[in-house]
Design a protein around this ligand. Structure first.
Ligand code: GRF
Length: 209
């Protein structure tokens, strides 16, 4: 099986990147990380990529006059590495038109809440403060909004009375690592359609029922 090629955009710790790298070491996993781009030169994700000999590029927004030029640089890298799918794994910038147009419905994001609740920054803390009893994580296609695109998959976790924002974030993160791996696999191996804002997976053989 020829593995599909993932380009991963990061800004920080990179534990979701690591989950994808670890998964890709299995022969039957359908994808591998071929390039990592970080907008933050301090991101620990950079070390993770280097350790695995994955090419890693630092592209800083401040080095470009406009968002367009910044994203054109990222686009050039992703095209050079012939990526099939772009994964935002803790990438802290909003994706603009240049990248959206270059990779239509080929950019996915992981977010640490059950969307559409708690989009944006510090989602785990917002969920904890709100007092929800269940939270979780979401993988979705990226559109022009913030954490607003069609949902590919979600995983739920309980919120306990003695949780802090940190213990809740840790519990969600464990599920994120599973969700990102299973979501990438699902969209690369299954047939689906985006209907309105719903991602509808076509079950094999369903047309014969
Ligand atoms: C994760 O919680 C992810 O959902 C959010 O940013 C965090 C990144 O963590 N978008 P890591 O860099 O993958 O460890």
């Amino acid at each position: 099986m020829e593995k599909k090629r993932l380009g991963v955009l990061v800004s920080g710790r990179g534990s979701n990147l690591q989950a994808l790298i670890d998964a890709s070491k299995k022969d039957d996993y359908p994808a591998k990380v071929v390039v990592v781009v970080s907008n933050n030169p301090e991101a620990y994700a950079i070390e993770r990529a280097k350790k695995e000999n994955i090419p890693v590029y630092i592209v800083k927004r401040e080095d470009y006059k406009s968002k367009k030029e910044y994203e054109e640089k990222i686009r050039e890298i992703l095209i050079e590495y012939k990526v099939d799918l772009v994964v935002l794994a803790g990438y802290m910038k909003i994706i603009g038109k240049t990248l959206l147009d270059a990779f239509p419905w080929k950019i996915i994001n992981i977010h640490p809440s059950l969307l559409p609740s708690f989009p944006g920054l510090e989602a785990q803390k917002k969920a904890w403060e709100y007092g929800v009893k269940i939270s979780g994580c979401t993988v979705h296609f990226v559109d022009e909004g913030i954490d607003s695109g069609p949902i590919i998959g979600q995983r739920a976790v309980p919120v306990y009375d003695d949780d802090t924002p940190e213990t809740l974030a840790d519990r969600i993160l464990q599920e994120e690592h599973k969700l990102i791996v299973e979501s990438v696999k699902k969209i690369l191996t299954e047939e689906y359609e985006i209907v309105g804002r719903r991602v509808v997976f076509k079950k094999k053989g369903a047309e014969n029922i």
